[in-house]
Design a binder for this molecule. Structure first.
Ligand SMILES: O=C(O)CCC(=O)C(=O)O
Length: 305
């Protein structure tokens, strides 16, 4: 867990999701396009967003064969200062610079990360404050290994290792819990982050044309309703010429479980006003957060200590 202090009070803020298109095999072009879209997201809205989010795997094609090829060494240690200036990661440098330039919090989707000491690879999300500091890093915990015959077989564990830390970070407007894509299927992760004070859970993701229509919205609404928090997933745009066909439909769900913003499948920037009152009213009206019977399920309680 990366923070232990009392959560900041949730304040209203504007969230922008960039459903990035044109993610091809040229990493420099992917980074350039992502940067342009971040600039656009922060300029093209009457209310400048406070937090901008990119999708999963925004700098490389999605697939286990691509991860080692595109992986970058980041070398971040939680709780220790990180010097972006000497970083070996070109993606970290770009994200840091654009966060600073736009003076905006930025969740940099995810990129393949190489750990040179262990020779392992991770699917990694990095987070920047408006000064451009790298302030949090989440390695996808649950790897996307599925096999639905005739539909989709995917095995991230062929090249990736799963992370083993639940990560959150604090801004001046919220405590934000992090996950990546398949992580959303595991209610334990969301529950623990929410019980640790996260009011907003954000998952860069890239569901597909089989599980997207089935579960993309359902899972976000379920996690939001279970925990009475805001939940958001940011996808790449759908590209039927790519090896992996993303579902799109980047989305924001409120603590009542209502979808308050949704993209279609094309490249889009969507915005949502995060209304702090809704969280309070939901928890007051349906007070499950204070009605839990941890005396009956003490193991669950212990997990979130
Ligand atoms: O859970 C799913 O159906 C899709 C997950 C996924 O695409 C991922 O983890 O990258």
């Amino acid at each position: 867990m990366s923070i232990l202090t009392r959560a900041p009070v949730l304040k209203p803020f504007t969230l922008a999701l960039i459903q990035l298109g044109n993610i091809g095999d040229n990493k420099a072009a992917n980074l350039k396009h992502a940067r342009e879209m971040i600039l656009r997201a922060t300029r093209d809205h009457p209310k400048k967003p406070d937090l901008v989010v990119l999708p999963e795997c925004f700098n490389s094609p999605y697939g286990h064969v691509h991860f080692p090829v595109y992986a970058e060494k980041i070398g971040y240690t939680p709780g220790q200062a990180y010097d972006v200036g000497t970083s070996e990661s070109e993606s970290v440098k770009m994200l840091s610079e654009v966060a600073k330039e736009t003076k905006t919090w930025l969740i940099g989707g995810s990129i393949p990360e190489r750990d040179t000491q262990k020779e392992t690879y991770y699917n990694t999300c990095t987070v920047y404050n408006p000064q451009g500091d790298l302030v949090a890093l989440h390695r996808k915990i649950h790897l996307f290994d599925i096999d639905i015959p005739g539909k989709i077989t995917f095995k991230e564990s062929e090249s990736l290792t799963g992370g083993n830390v639940i990560n959150m970070f604090d801004t001046e407007f919220a405590r934000i819990g992090l996950g990546i894509c398949y992580d959303v299927r595991f209610p334990e992760l969301a529950m623990i982050a929410a019980r640790k004070g996260a009011q907003v859970l954000i998952y860069p993701g890239a569901f597909n044309l089989t599980t997207g229509p089935l579960h993309w919205e359902l899972l976000q609404r379920a996690r939001a309703n279970d925990n009475q928090v805001f939940v958001s997933m940011c996808s790449p745009a759908r590209d039927l010429t790519a090896g992996y066909h993303a579902w799109g439909h980047s989305m924001v769900v409120n603590p009542l479980g209502e979808v308050i913003a949704e993209a279609d499948e094309n490249e889009r920037i969507i915005y949502a006003g995060i209304d702090a009152n809704i969280l309070e009213e939901t928890r007051k009206g349906i007070p499950v957060t204070t009605q839990r019977r941890f005396d009956v399920y003490p193991d669950v309680s212990a997990a979130a200590q």
